[in-house]
Design a protein around this ligand. Structure first.
Ligand code: ADP
Ligand code: MG
Ligand code: MG
Length: 891
């Protein structure tokens, strides 16, 4: 017979899967000898059975009955007895803390008779009827499904009728009447009586807590926190204790350290003469926990002792719920407490210093996401400024600027020294200059992996996306937001950590941690140094010492490369060359595309050559002595041409005016039309482009080779690598390599400087992964392009699927996190493993890395470590995060 119920004395904290965090920790405290009201816990397994079948498992009732009998024997009181009845709480508690997201029902066991027993003392009368009132209300809503507003309406009516200010002023008579009316409400709404049988109350309460696992709040919370939907909740059944029996009673919450800063000490709130739920509900203002020292020194001293014991036992920050009943302290809950990013680093560091945990354990407790949070500037205070929009917090941090509604305006104002916030319905690659110029990007459409979000995160730019409440009118240069019209130039404050936009300028503070990385990881001199920076330094350095993954950066400009290096990058894993074809070089690219014949095209390419060489020279200089992986041109050429509709409109307008058609525009339109593709992402791009546009690869390779020569002559140590995108077949790579070798030989001969460059390939198509053995024979290295690989493995178009159905997929549990955010280990990850294995078998010295968004994602980094990769490459701002996570992965 399966055991579905565990007494506190038989559980422990290692049983959280089965008993939930709350049940497991209550058992742990009981075993430690702390004063815990007696009780037992129904397992998550019982809940899972209930959720699957709609019924409690066989034997559950009997097992609960046996434990209840034992509890009653030990207490010398029975549930529902007329004199001094035993009362119970029925509490939810999942494996992962979901505070307040599920139901808890208090005072089970009260009925028309036992309420009299509870009220036997005169001062107990009001308390007893208030408890009964709470039970009927709680049971009516959570168990019997009556809308809470019906009860609220009754309360309000009684309050008004008797001119009571708030619930605490209701007297016993009021409460008795309210209970009667509540029972009538239940009868009217459900056709059922409020159950007087305590056993039935208990049974139904347990099932209601099970069912609350699938409540709307709980599901939403799980989705946000990436908690799986199939775990279920445990249910703890526990003897009630009362904090509302007079001035020598009360309830509170306590932290063994400050969860905001990590500082040790006594932190928390205490509410005299109250039940714990009143503290959370904020009905009355609590006093600081320290005040308990004056109110009840004995309980305070005992509590402090328990807190020390708990922290030493859990070896971490604990948060605690407690109740004092007539001078007797009871511990109602503890768990390893949530904390801010700052506190996470501080606490791990302190505990390691105190010798409570090892250095390794400490490193395990600080995370990349927390570090990322410490690197962004913050708003000093959120003041009272008006919130005008809410959206997805896509790229954290704080930014202030004037709103603009197109890229050109953003660039124009930024060039004039103004800080701007680019607001678009959604962004496209065309908006890139504006996004670079802007302090923040705000969109009314799109999710966490929309273009705006991905690009902004990569650049470390603040982004709030999918703010559905705003209506962008780019033509009129204004938006409607939060009921106001916001014209261009209005200053707003964008909080990318909260996903909130406020009107006006909220002051910003610089992050010390960011300054530390900008200084190349050198600790500031004592005095100015903040402890926070020291803590970060300690763990990032420790991670560097233990990690086997190298960390490189994705950088396209000398400035980005230099920053990446200051942040600790060990090279560039992805240098995209397409950015080098934009801006004022566009006419040159157009000339390449429109060229009539080889001579014209060669001339156009020749004009691009010195510009590319200059770009490469700058990057190689910034990364001197470290590898720089240059990817040959990847996107389809038409991306470098003007928009087709725009062109057509321009031509039509001239025609309407009777002006002669602009021949250049005509030619452009023809070219755009000729090159139009239904699925450009699966069309003429990457290596395919290099194989069909004569001279393109040669120009890029020559520019790089000449840059290498220039750097060598300047006494540098350039380490260029050439990476071929979107390879499907070994033959493609073979053809490109022949071209590369030819150009390198030419340049070597012309300059007298021997230039060699390893040639490698992206693995970003399933076919490439599956034929990695053959491809490896042609490749010096692999770099997984996990964005495209995810796209092509799932058959998802990244630019389209998010808005279309990702939220439904997340809702329905197809996946709990977007595969563009965290690598899909099962599918995409399998391809990665196959490619690693077959690639290394064919070429043991094959160097393997990953570039693309996943390279900076903590969970994905752990996977890449396990898969045996040599390096991850991510945006410069994520480099410290990746260093830290690579270290943690190696623990
Ligand atoms: P949550 O998970 O939402 O915090 P809890 O199970 O902790 O829910 O219950 C909410 C509150 O109910 C607790 O903070 C505590 O104040 C009160 N409570 C629960 N069980 C008892 C009990 N046995 N005696 C007194 N109060 C209780
Ligand atoms: Mg609680
Ligand atoms: Mg790609």
């Amino acid at each position: 017979m399966t055991t579905y119920v565990y007494d506190f004395s038989t559980g422990g904290r290692d049983m959280a899967d089965l008993l939930g965090g709350k049940g497991a920790n209550l058992a742990e405290m009981a075993r430690m000898g702390l004063p815990v009201p007696p009780g037992f816990t129904v397992t998550t397994e019982a809940c899972r059975i209930f959720l699957a079948t709609g019924q409690a498992p066989d034997g559950l009732d009997r097992q609960i009955g046996e434990h209840l009998a034992a509890l009653q024997r030990a207490a010398g009181r029975r549930l529902g007895q007329v004199d001094d009845p035993l009362l119970l709480s029925v509490r939810s508690g999942a494996r992962f803390s979901m505070p307040g997201m599920m139901e808890t029902i208090l005072d089970i066991g009260l009925n028309d008779l036992s309420v009299l027993g509870l009220a036997k003392t005169p001062e107990g009368e009001r308390f007893a009827w208030d408890s009964y009132r709470r039970l009927v209300q709680m049971f009516g809503t959570t168990v019997m499904g009556v809308d809470g507003s019906h009860f609220e309406a009754v309360l309000t009516a009684v309050r008004e009728q008797h001119r009571r200010g708030d619930d605490t002023q209701l007297d016993t008579c009021d409460l008795m009447r309210i209970v009667e009316t509540f029972k009538d409400v239940i009868q009217e709404r459900t056709g059922e009586e409020f159950p007087q049988d305590p056993a039935e109350q208990l049974r139904r309460a347990v099932l209601a807590v099970f069912a609350s696992w699938n409540g709307e709040r709980a599901r939403l919370y799980r989705r946000r926190e990436h908690i799986p939907d199939d775990l279920g909740t445990a249910v703890t059944i526990q003897t009630m204790v009362f904090g509302n029996l007079g001035p020598d009673s009360g309830s509170g919450v306590a932290f063994t350290r400050d969860p905001a800063t990590g500082r040790p000490g006594v932190y928390g709130d205490y509410l005299p003469n109250a039940q714990g739920e009143d503290v959370v509900a904020g009905i009355r203002n609590p006093v600081p926990l320290q005040d308990l020292a004056g109110l009840d020194p004995a309980s305070f001293a005992r509590l402090r002792g328990h807190m020390e014991q708990l922290e030493a036992h859990y070896r971490d920050l604990c948060d605690i719920e407690f109740t004092i009943e007539r001078g007797t302290l009871w511990m109602l809950q503890t768990r390893v407490g949530k904390r801010t990013a700052q506190a996470a680093f501080a606490i791990a560091s302190q505990l390691a210093d105190e010798g409570l945990i090892s250095e390794q354990e400490a490193l395990g407790r600080v995370g990349g996401e927390a570090l990322a949070r410490l690197m962004f500037p913050r708003f000093a205070a959120t003041e009272s400024s008006e919130v005008i929009a809410r959206g997805v917090p896509a790229s954290p941090g704080a930014a202030v600027g004037a709103v603009v509604f197109d890229s050109a305006e953003a660039v124009r104002r930024a060039a004039a020294g103004e800080k701007v916030v680019l607001v678009r319905q959604e962004t496209t690659p065309e908006d890139l200059p504006g996004m670079i110029a802007a302090q923040a990007v705000l969109t009314s459409r799109g999710g966490k992996t929309s273009h705006a979000a991905v690009v902004a995160r990569g650049m470390g730019t603040v982004c709030v996306c999918g703010a559905e409440g705003i209506v962008v009118d780019a033509r009129e240069r204004r938006m409607r937001a939060g009921g106001v019209t916001v014209p261009e130039g209005t200053v707003v404050s964008v909080d990318g950590s909260e996903g909130v936009v406020r009107l006006g300028s909220v002051p910003l503070v610089d992050s010390d941690v960011m300054r530390y990385f900008e200084d190349g990881g050198v600790l500031p001199a004592d005095g100015t140094a903040r402890q926070q920076v020291r803590d970060v330094h300690r763990f990032v350095r420790q991670a560097d010492a233990v990690r086997s993954l190298e960390v490189r950066a994705n950088a396209d400009t000398p400035e980005d490369a230099a920053r990446a290096r200051r942040f600790g990058a060990q090279g560039i894993g992805l240098c995209r060359t397409e950015h080098m074809f934009l801006g004022d070089r566009r006419p040159l690219v157009e000339a390449v595309i429109l060229a009539h014949g080889d001579t014209e095209r060669e001339a156009a390419l020749a004009a691009l050559l010195p510009l590319q060489r200059q770009d490469f020279t700058g990057i190689l200089e910034a990364m001197d002595g470290l590898p720089v992986t240059v990817r040959l041109l990847d996107p389809p050429l038409h991306e470098f041409l003007p928009d087709r509709t725009e062109l057509a409109v321009r031509l039509a307008r001239r025609e309407a005016l009777g002006a002669p058609a602009d021949p250049h525009d005509c030619e452009l339109l023809a070219a755009v039309t000729r090159m139009r593709e239904e699925n450009p992402m699966l069309g003429l791009r990457g290596v395919r482009l290099g194989l069909v546009v004569p001279g393109l690869v040669a120009m890029q390779v020559r520019a790089l080779a000449e840059a290498v020569v220039a750097r060598r002559r300047a006494g540098g140590d350039p380490r260029a690598e050439i990476m071929v995108p979107l390879v499907d077949a070994a033959e493609e790579l073979h053809l490109v390599r022949e071209e590369v070798d030819r150009v390198l030989a030419q340049v070597s001969q012309e300059t007298g400087v021997e230039v060699t460059c390893p040639v490698g390939t992206m693995i970003e198509l399933p076919r490439a992964a599956l034929t990695a053995g053959r491809i490896a024979k042609e490749a010096a290295f692999f770099s997984f392009g996990t964005n495209d690989l995810t796209q092509t493995t799932w058959g998802f178009s990244r630019d389209d699927v998010e808005a279309a159905f990702f939220s439904a997929y997340l809702d329905k549990g197809v996946f709990s996190v977007s595969p563009f955010e965290t690598i899909d280990r099962e599918g995409v990850g399998r391809l990665v493993r196959i490619a690693v294995e077959e690639g290394r078998a064919a070429r043991p010295d094959l160097k393997i890395g990953v570039c693309g968004e996943h390279g900076g994602d903590p969970a994905s980094i752990h996977f890449f470590h396990q898969a045996g990769l040599d390096y991850v490459s991510c945006s410069p701002f994520r480099v410290p995060v990746a260093r830290l996570e690579a270290g943690r992965a190696a623990l």
